[in-house]
Design a protein around this ligand. Structure first.
Ligand SMILES: Nc1nc2c(ncn2[C@@H]2O[C@H](COP(=O)(O)OP(=O)(O)OP(=O)(O)O)[C@@H](O)[C@H]2O)c(=O)[nH]1
Ligand SMILES: [Mg+2]
Length: 194
């Protein structure tokens, strides 16, 4: 966290890592929030993207690697001692990626999230924001269903976790609410420390 004294109130920069399986909507989210390429088609991310997102006096310095199966085990390299929070994006409409465990042919968002959250490089108390994205699609699962599938309660034992229903391609519905929760949660944890 970088903190500097402003005239009226402190401003904060939060180092953030955003992950999720390929096609979940990470690039679309970053485009919407940075007001770039909104509404344009995306390409699968090769390597990673980095964007600074301003929200209510906080800057989220977001690094987001691509989610292709072949590169998921390098997500951990984006975590470091200065990582203050993580964002996980799931395509709530794609049941084909919601298996309990991953095989060569089948994806498991749950397994990939649990592996990621278990890395030692990630602070035990770092908040986790989950976006249950693509809510505009008719078969999208609710946040309650996704919460249960991902077994988010496991993470709630050590860290703040919250899930929001979003539609990145449909006017960014829900995204700002998620960032507001993250901002408040991080500032609260800073206050407790001081
Ligand atoms: N219907 C709908 N489509 C979305 C939404 N968000 C993203 N998409 C579409 O989903 C597809 C994949 O989105 P991306 O943002 O490229 O996904 P990604 O998570 O960056 O994928 P990788 O870079 O491969 O890891 C694109 O066609 C987007 O337009 C949404 O909220 N609703
Ligand atoms: Mg992408």
């Amino acid at each position: 966290m970088g903190s500097c004294l402003g005239v009226l109130s402190p401003t904060y920069t939060w180092s953030t890592v955003m992950v999720g399986l390929d096609g979940a909507g990470k690039t679309t989210i970053l485009n919407y929030l940075s007001n770039e390429n909104v509404g344009m088609d995306t390409q699968p991310t090769v390597g990673f993207e980095e964007k600074k997102i301003e929200h209510n006096g906080s800057t989220f310095d977001i690094r987001s690697p691509g989610g292709d199966k072949k590169v998921r085990d390098i997500w951990r390299h984006y975590l470091g001692g200065n990582t203050r929070c993580v964002i996980f994006v799931i395509d709530a409409s794609d049941e084909s990626k919601m298996h309990e465990n991953s095989t060569n042919k089948q994806d498991s968002c749950k397994q990939d999230l649990h592996i990621f959250m278990g890395y030692d490089a990630l602070r035990r108390d770092a908040p986790c924001l989950v976006f249950a994205n693509k809510q505009d699609l008719p078969n999208a699962k609710t946040k309650e269903e996704i919460d249960e599938y991902l077994d988010l309660d496991t993470f709630r034992k050590t860290r703040p976790v919250q899930i929001f229903e979003t539609s990145a391609r449909n006017k960014g519905v829900g995204l700002k609410d998620g960032f507001e929760w993250l901002r408040k949660t991080l500032i609260e944890s800073e206050k407790k420390k001081s």
